[in-house]
Ligand binder design. Structure first.
Ligand code: AVJ
Length: 395
C-alpha cells in the first residue's frame, strides 16, 4: 500500500492553494509554484535524517550534510530517492482522468492522511476479510516462510502496518532480528521513519534501511549485496491493471538472483456476495474512503466537488474478476477545478472510476507469474482459500 500523506502534508504546510476562502483559487494560473520549488531543490529541512554524516538529495546522489537528527541510531538509515513532484503528477492525472470518456481518478490518491485512517478502519470491518485472513496466514506459516531465510535483507514494497513484518521477524532463526536488515520502500518518508523507529526499538539486533521511493518506478534502488526476501503484502497487486502488474512483476523478477525469494499477497476469486459485501460495508466506511478522494482533489486543486452529490458504487465484475469502485453523480452538474482552469461536466448517473481490486484464480496467477519469469514455489492460504501468500523464485 502507498501513502501520499507525507508528500501532501509537506505541500500543505508550504503553501498549497488556499481554497477555504470564498475568493477564487489564488493560484489559478500558477500551478503549485512553491511546491515545485520545494520538491525540485534539495531543501535541507525537507530531507531525511540519516546516520554517518550523509544524506541524499532529491536527485538521488548522496550529498554531505550535518549528521544530526531527532532520532539517532546506528541501526537506522533512510535514503531519499523521491524525485517526482506529487502536485504535478496529481494535476496531470486528474486532468487526464476527468477529461476522458469514462472519467477516472487513480486509486493511489485515496491515501492522504484521512484516507489512510479510513483504510485502517476498513481493515477492521467484519465484512472486510482480506486483512484478517492475510494475518491468519502469516501467523500460521511465518515459520515455514522464514525457514530458508536465516540472514539478509527483508525487503517490503510499501511499508504497511508493522504487524506483518513482525510476524516474520518473530519467526526468524535468530532472535531480536539479528542478521536481518529490514528494507522498506515507501513514498511517504514520515510513514517509513515512524515504522522504522518502532521496529528498531522492538528488535535489538535488527538493522533498517528505509528507501523513500515509488516502488513502481524505483525498484533499482533495492540494494543487492545480500540474500533477499522481498514482500508485497495486502493484495496491492490487485489494484494494478494487467499491464501495470506485468511491469511490476517483471521488474522484481529482473532484480532477483539465485537465493532470493518474493512473497506476494493476492486476494482470490470467491463468492460474489462475499466480495461485494467487503466493499459495501454496513457502516459506510468504504463509501467515505471512496468519496474522500474528492476531498483530496478539492484541497489540492481548488475544486468544488460536493461529496453529498456522489454515491459510492462498488460491484464485482465477473468477466474481469475484479471489484470496481466508482463515484456516481446523483444529478447533472458542473464542477470547477480552479487550479487546472477546468470545468468538468457530469450527467445524472455518470461515474468516476476510482479503483479496481483484482481477484486471482490460481491459474491466472500462475500465468502472470510465468509471463514475468517467476515460478511459484509454495502457496500459503487459509482454510477457506480466501487469500493467498505465494512464494516465488526466478525461473
Ligand atoms: C489496499 C488495495 C488491498 O483493494 O481491497 C479497500 C483497498 N479499497 N476497500 C483493496 C480497498 C476498498 C484495498 N487494497
Amino acid at each position: 500500500m502507498t501513502h501520499f500523506d507525507q508528500a501532501w502534508q509537506r505541500l500543505r504546510s508550504t503553501g498549497s492553494p488556499d481554497c477555504s476562502s470564498a475568493s477564487p483559487c489564488p493560484r489559478q494560473k500558477r500551478l503549485f509554484p512553491e511546491t515545485a520549488d520545494l520538491l525540485d531543490l534539495p531543501s535541507r529541512s525537507a530531507l531525511p535524517r540519516v546516520r554517518g554524516g550523509t544524506e541524499t538529495g532529491y536527485g538521488g546522489e548522496a550529498v554531505a550534510a550535518d549528521p544530526i537528527g531527532l532520532f539517532d541510531s546506528a541501526r537506522l538509515e533512510i535514503r531519499n530517492y523521491h524525485m517526482t513532484s506529487y502536485a504535478e503528477e496529481l494535476a496531470r492525472d486528474i486532468r487526464a482522468g476527468l477529461s476522458s470518456g469514462q472519467k477516472q481518478i487513480p486509486s493511489k490518491y485515496f491515501y492522504d492522511e484521512r484516507g489512510s485512517r479510513l483504510f485502517e478502519e476498513i481493515c477492521r470491518l467484519p465484512e472486510y476479510y482480506p486483512t484478517r485472513t492475510e494475518m491468519a496466514i502469516l501467523e500460521e506459516h511465518a515459520g515455514a516462510i522464514m525457514e530458508p531465510f536465516t540472514a539478509g535483507d527483508l525487503v517490503e514494497m510499501g511499508s504497511g502496518a508493522n504487524w506483518k513484518i513482525c510476524r516474520l521477524l518473530d519467526a526468524a532463526a535468530q532472535p531480536h532480528g539479528a542478521g536481518i536488515r529490514y528494507v522498506p520502500l515507501d513514498v511517504s518518508e514520515s510513514a517509513l521513519q515512524a515504522a522504522a523507529e518502532e521496529l528498531i526499538r522492538m528488535y535489538g539486533g535488527l538493522e533498517v534501511l528505509g528507501i523513500v521511493a515509488d516502488f513502481t518506478r524505483n525498484l533499482d534502488r533495492i540494494p543487492d549485496d545480500a540474500d533477499r526476501l522481498i514482500t508485497l503484502f495486502g493484495g496491492t497487486i490487485g489494484n494494478f491493471t494487467d499491464a501495470e502488474a506485468a511491469e511490476l512483476l517483471e521488474g522484481v523478477s529482473a532484480l532477483m538472483r539465485r537465493g532470493d525469494r518474493f512473497l506476494i499477497g493476492m486476494d482470490t476469486v470467491k463468492d460474489t456476495d462475499l466480495l461485494e459485501a467487503a466493499y459495501n460495508d454496513a457502516r459506510g466506511i468504504t463509501a467515505a474512503f471512496n468519496k474522500n478522494v474528492l476531498n483530496v482533489v478539492n484541497r489540492e486543486l481548488c475544486a468544488t466537488f460536493d461529496l453529498d452529490l456522489f454515491d459510492h458504487v462498488a460491484f464485482y465484475n465477473e468477466t474481469s474478476d475484479q471489484i470496481e469502485m466508482h463515484l456516481a453523480a446523483r444529478q447533472a452538474m458542473a464542477v470547477e477545478i480552479a487550479a487546472l482552469d477546468m470545468v468538468v461536466e457530469f450527467e445524472n448517473g455518470e461515474t468516476i472510476h476510482t479503483e479496481i481490486s483484482r481477484k486471482f484464480s490460481r491459474e491466472r496467477a500462475i500465468r502472470i507469474f510465468e509471463d514475468a519469469g517467476l515460478a511459484p514455489q509454495r502457496w500459503f492460504t487459509d482454510e477457506n482459500g480466501w487469500f493467498s501468500l505465494v512464494e516465488l523464485v526466478r525461473r
